[in-house]
Design a protein around this ligand. Structure first.
Ligand SMILES: Cc1cc2nc3c(=O)[nH]c(=O)nc-3n(C[C@H](O)[C@H](O)[C@H](O)COP(=O)(O)OP(=O)(O)OC[C@H]3O[C@@H](n4cnc5c(N)ncnc54)[C@H](O)[C@@H]3O)c2cc1C
Length: 462
């Protein structure tokens, strides 16, 4: 007879690892099965010759405390550090970089002074943005695309130069398809409660933290998943172990090519399409809905240069690229200006992002072409002479879930169907979470529910 554990966690990204950690803390037996030879999912940090490179995420948002709290719990609290100053981010317009002025929230200048001093917008555009306070609030409760929301309240220019590159860009998505309510609920709530986004944030927003909004770790965000992996009891995590089938015969049966494990509860912490492939026998309806969650693919190109090769002062964190600019990258990060200790003395580390929901063909380019497209785009904007010292390419195929209009309704329906299969949970970025802190919180919550189910369930045969 197959072994029986309290819970099997499928997937060892940050969500799966966090769920396993929470289950272990609660004294439950747990097995984590990961398809690839490496834990961490899209979190991947490389260190060599004085360079520290994040191939995927590079920061934790402090305002959502679950990521930072987990670092403290794992003894990494003292290693967290804020971004370097100045923290200015830029938007490319007309081939030039325009700063997002101080006194902005999500890029929207909150004060008349901030609006007046912004070089990003034309005067008619600024006037239209300032008139946001007079735009009547929407009365229906329908979900709305992010681009449509921003265009309606702030005008077309704000939609093209803020919503598209900055707000949708964070999610590698298309502003005309992403859901405002799912991704920026505070903007939607500001309109419905205060009648105006500007009015709401002028009144309710406290002073910005002197330490900025983001933190990271000296060895990259991969330190967090490395530490989580090390904190799990030996034998908990099995790498190169894809789950191929999930069914129930008195207990859950989780099958890989080599064996089957019986479990009282299962947490699928995998992309929604991977969950769809596993849920078919237990909940065909949830499986069908999971399969509908769209995903985008992005590539991160990391490039190292000697400082003397780059004419631009790189004084800030980087820039985003509106679609109208017809530039082949989505954004560029000045990694060594954003974080300390990322490049050897006299060198700079840059990252460019290609692809996303806006440019699927960009991701499809061959490796060498992707690297040269990224270098050429950065060289044009930042006046870089000569080739990079090295390049690294990280491909994230179908790893950015797109919370498009209707996502929250779909998610609610998935939850309803899963409720009919007690002990079965989904967690991670394809479902309710955006970013690492949300994934951690969501996975720990799923683990708490799995623990409650396990405690209440009659022992299955073993
Ligand atoms: C390029 C990029 C930059 C980002 N930047 C940031 C940032 O700076 N800050 C931030 O907070 N967030 C950022 N994010 C988002 C954040 O990284 C993700 O939301 C989060 O890491 C997702 O974690 P996850 O565990 O849900 O999924 P994943 O990391 O995708 O992990 C899922 C795991 O499941 C495994 N799996 C799949 N199928 C199976 C199967 N059948 N059996 C076993 N295992 C399986 C996969 O191999 C994978 O390891 C970024 C994302 C990307 C792609």
């Amino acid at each position: 007879m197959e072994p029986l554990v309290d819970t099997v966690v499928i997937g060892a990204g940050i969500a799966g690892l966090s769920a396993a950690w929470e289950l272990q803390r609660r004294g439950l037996t747990v097995s984590v099965l990961e398809r690839t030879p490496r834990a961490g999912g899209v979190i991947l940090s490389e260190r060599f010759d004085g360079w520290v490179i994040d191939g995927g995420p590079d920061s934790l948002l402090v305002q959502k405390p679950a990521g930072v709290a987990l670092c403290h719990e794992l003894g990494l609290g003292d290693r967290l550090h804020p971004t370097l100053t100045p923290r200015t981010a830029y938007v490319l317009r007309g081939g030039r970089l325009h700063p997002i002025v101080e006194g902005s929230f999500l890029g929207f200048p909150l004060s008349a002074r901030a609006l007046a001093t912004s070089s990003l917008f034309t005067w008619p555009g600024k006037l239209r943005m300032g008139l946001e306070v007079l735009v009547p609030r929407r009365t229906d409760n329908e979900d709305e695309a992010l681009g449509a929301f921003v265009a309606r309240r702030f005008g077309r220019e704000a939609a093209e130069y803020l919503a598209d590159p900055l707000l949708a860009g964070i999610h590698a998505g298309d502003a005309d398809r992403l859901s405002a309510r799912a991704l920026f609920p505070r903007l939607v709530a500001a309109e419905s409660r205060h009648g105006s986004v500007l009015r709401a944030f002028r009144t309710v927003r406290g002073p910005a933290s002197p330490d900025g909004a983001f933190v990271s770790l000296p060895g990259g965000i991969g330190e967090l998943t490395d530490r989580l992996e090390a904190a799990l009891m030996p034998g908990t995590l099995r790498l190169s172990t894809p789950v191929t089938r999930l069914h129930h015969d008195g207990a859950f049966v989780v099958s890989t090519d080599a064996e089957s494990i019986r479990a009282k509860a299962v947490i699928a912490a995998v992309p929604a399409y991977a969950a769809a492939a596993l849920l078919g026998e237990l909940s065909p309806d949830a499986s069908r809905l999971c399969a509908e969650v769209p995903y985008a693919s992005t590539a991160t190109v990391a490039l190292g240069y000697r400082r003397s090769q780059v004419s631009h002062p790189l004084s800030g964190t980087g820039f985003v690229v509106p679609r109208r600019e017809r530039c082949p990258i989505l954004a560029g990060t000045w990694v060594s200006s954003k974080w300390p200790g990322r490049a050897p003395d006299g060198c700079v580390l840059l990252r460019a992002f290609v692809g996303g929901g806006r440019d699927p063909e960009g991701f499809a380019r061959p490796d060498e072409e992707l690297v040269s497209v990224a270098h050429d785009a950065l060289a044009r904007v930042l006046h870089i002479s000569g080739p990079p010292l090295f390049s690294r390419l990280y491909r994230w195929e179908r790893r950015s879930p797109q919370f498009e209009v209707g996502h929250l309704d779909r998610m609610a329906a998935i939850e309803r169907h899963l409720a009919a299969v007690p002990g079965l949970f989904v967690a991670g970025s394809g479902f309710r979470s955006i970013g690492i802190p949300d994934c951690v919180a969501d996975a720990r919550e799923a683990a708490a529910r799995a623990a409650a189910h396990t405690a209440a369930s009659v022992p299955a045969r073993s």
